[in-house]
Ligand binder design. Sequence first.
Ligand SMILES: [Zn+2]
Length: 523
Amino acid sequence: MAVSQYDLNVLLSSVCLLFLVSCGEQDTPVGENTSSSVWIIKNAVVYDGLGNNPVTADVRIENGIIDGVGAYEAKPGEKIWQANGLALAPGFIDPHSHHDTKLMQQPAPRSALGQGITTIVSGLDGGASSFGAPFVSIAHNYSLFQKNPASINLAYFAPHDSYREIVMGDDFKRAATKEELAQMKQMLRRDLEAGALGLSTGLEYEPSLYSVTEEVIELAKVAVEYGGKYSSHIRSEDIKVTEAIDELLAIARGANIPANISHIKLAMYAIHGDAASVLAKLDKARSEGLDITADIYPYDGWKAPMAILMPERDYTDRAAAEYALNSIAAPSSVTITNYEGEPSFVGKTLEDLATEKNMDPVDLLMELLQRAERENLNERVIGRNIAEGDIEMFMKWPFTAITTDGGIDDSHPRGQGTFPRVLATYVGDKNLLSLSEAVRKMTSLPAKNLGITDRGILKSGLAADLVLFDPGTIQDHASFEDSVQYSTGIDAVWVNGELVWDKGDVTDARPGRIIRRHNTKSN
Ligand SMILES: [Zn+2]
């Protein structure tokens, strides 16, 4: 496929396992102890992740589990961490991550740990890889992860695009046949049985761009049988965003499935300012009983194949190319981050490159896309055409979680900066969210949206994934100009009770676990 979902970087990582028992509201969660160590975190300002006001307390963790919040003294052999009044929260859950791609190369990823992320969820946008290699199955990824432990937890959605690629090959520019749909359902069942959280789609991308809504509804119904969720990079985030949201609602209704809009945005000049009407539509759907949620990253630019600028994919259509650069994203706002075989293009905008080549930007766009299609080249751009006011409205919506959509050492700053940026800019500078609310959007809310019940809340009996940070100094440093700069202000991170981030540096601990869907067949 000319356009695949993930960067094909290699790697290898992994981690332990875990047996999830349905823990629901019970206080007997998690499974397998990988640590017998006790930590007493002294004098922290404790945020529970539910949005409640913080309390100053000590937190005791034992055998990977939060043992209690209160006043504790360390007994011999127990370790103490002096929090000195810093904020202690449940570890941040990243509901839409591509950090898995290089996780085998960097099992203790600074990009993620430096943001306080303790769980990443992958297989989103409809696409999964096997840690950068071609996708086989979710169970295969789990076994690689178990052989090569990482410092963070990992969960997956079952990937529609990947199934389509496997089942339909190069003949994908059409609806799937009944037989093909049956094959996809089989793969989906296999991956749901392995523990995938639900079904993900990337309907703006090849090959799922050519799927019909009914195909997705049929697959979503299978996910429902297993109690799974639906998370979608919807079919358009620009010209046809209204239709794309209507389609998501139709899928939620048709399959009766909780549906999440991945990295919600309005990426086109003419629709800037429409966030309120989008949210009104989503609220109306919720009031009708649909479980609709979203996630968002705090940046005005996306990263995707340049091909999405021409949704009809006719790269000889000059009017469509002109429309793309006039109405969707101006040549000066589109920066090439990858064009296979042309390293000199990287970091240049379409405007820069057009000037250099003495070409009209419209001709350049058409040429680059035609060539990528003809020669089957990977390409990616960052397009900065999202309005800040829309970001703020979407972020404030009570059902929107924070996500990175980023990778390890990502060419987009989101891979390194997302969570600290929300805390520094949207809590600190802009005062858009309270700290309690921002933490909720990073912890219990994504856990709820994902169906993860053993973490995301700081309370006795849940997994001891914790982040200790300084709300006064936390800061992202990654920018679009210099993306691989790690955030500062995260003092310590524990995953399953083990210290994985120690005052600005990773440790040798690799306590990350596989997070499987907690329920089994629907009941
Ligand atoms: Zn996406």
